[in-house]
Ligand binder design. Structure first.
Ligand SMILES: [Fe+2]
Length: 353
């Protein structure tokens, strides 16, 4: 018969045995397979089990009427094609059933041709709804997939940025200190202190970039000054002290790295205002730079440098505590000192060049 498949199933819900029999014969003659129910409740049980593409239901039935059956069936399956049989006098019920999602209503006494045409139309409409729903689901799946791919690409890109910055940080260290692991260790220390301080996770990336790039301005300092073994002359000091401003100029031109400016520009400020380049005091110094200062000093003291021998971690911590309020932000120092030294030892172990 139709393009809906050879034997579409129809569920007939009616308490009148005679009508059931007639409808059964009519639908069978047109190639349908039929299921029967004698009231809404029975009909709902069959509907739930069989999910027939088409249902024809009477309105006035004992136990559960057609309107309640309609509501429940549509809740189970929003695309259920349901035709309603109504008496001549029952136009209001017919309209009500349409409001609740009936596809059409058939007046009793039933005109067989009209019924079959309505059935055919209902099945077509249902098919259309199903296809639309399916293509929407497909579209949503594609969007979800594309979003996933994009997120993966972004993650990869960020990973690439990160390793590039790490390499750059290491290159800066190597020229200055003869070691590559300094910036990686200070990154670990800074992030650990910042977390304990309560710095939001969203700010960690900027802090990390700032730490890795803090001395990038030293690119502009001649080797004769940067690597000079003896004390610097006042003129040389002036050049040396220009590296935060030089670094800021480099970093602020790159939108992705702009968040690193506070550390790059202010990493030599001191809590009491005796630092450079601006001599900022207390909380006027960006928090990231105050945290970095503690982490950087801790690392400087606990590793051999050309001009100083390493001291034990506990001694370095005590020295930093001694300088809280003068060189360092007292709250940052307090946060740092409350952390067990094992955490920092672990970061040292993991940062070996
Ligand atoms: Fe510096």
């Amino acid at each position: 018969m139709s393009h809906h498949g050879r034997h579409p199933e129809v569920l007939i819900v009616d308490d009148d045995r005679h009508i059931r029999t007639v409808l059964d014969e009519v639908f069978r003659a047109s190639g349908y397979t039929c299921q029967m129910a004698t009231n809404g409740q029975e009909g709902l049980a069959t509907f739930d089990a069989e999910r027939p593409p088409l249902t024809v239901t009477d309105m006035n039935m004992p136990v559960m009427g057609g309107l309640d059956f309609l509501k429940h069936a549509r809740a189970l399956e929003p695309d259920a094609a349901i035709l309603v049989l109504t008496g001549m006098a029952d136009v209001e019920t017919a309209v009500e059933s349409l409001k609740h999602g009936a596809y059409d209503f058939i007046m009793k006494p039933v005109n067989v041709d009209k019924l079959l045409i309505a059935a055919e139309r209902a099945l077509e409409r249902r098919q259309l709804h199903l296809e639309r729903r399916e293509s929407r689901a497909l579209l949503e799946r594609r969007v979800a997939e594309a979003t996933r791919d994009l997120a993966a690409t972004l993650r990869e890109l960020e990973e690439t940025y990160r390793s590039t910055l790490e390499a750059l940080g290491s290159a800066i260290d190597t020229r200055d200190l003869g070691t590559q692991a300094h910036s990686r260790r200070v990154r670990g220390y800074s992030l650990t202190i910042a977390r304990a301080y309560g710095v939001p996770e969203a700010d960690m990336r900027d802090l990390e970039h700032g730490v890795l790039l803090h001395d990038i301005g030293k690119i502009g300092i001649p080797d004769g000054i940067l690597l000079k073994p003896g004390p610097l002359t006042p003129a040389e000091w002036k050049i040396m002290r220009s590296h935060p401003a030089a670094g800021r100029q480099i970093v602020e031109q790159i939108p992705f790295l702009r968040g690193a400016v506070p550390v790059v520009y202010h990493h030599h400020e001191r809590w009491d205002g005796t630092g450079y380049p601006l001599g900022l005091k207390g909380e006027a110094i960006p928090l990231a730079a105050r945290i970095f200062a503690v982490a950087d000093a801790f690392d400087a003291m606990t590793f051999d440098r050309p001009y100083s021998r390493a001291i034990p971690l506990a001694a370095a911590r005590a020295e930093i505590q001694r300088c809280a309020g003068s060189h360092f932000d007292p709250t940052a120092v307090e946060t740092f000192a409350a952390l067990p030294l094992e955490i920092f030892e672990e970061i040292r172990r993991q940062s070996i060049a």
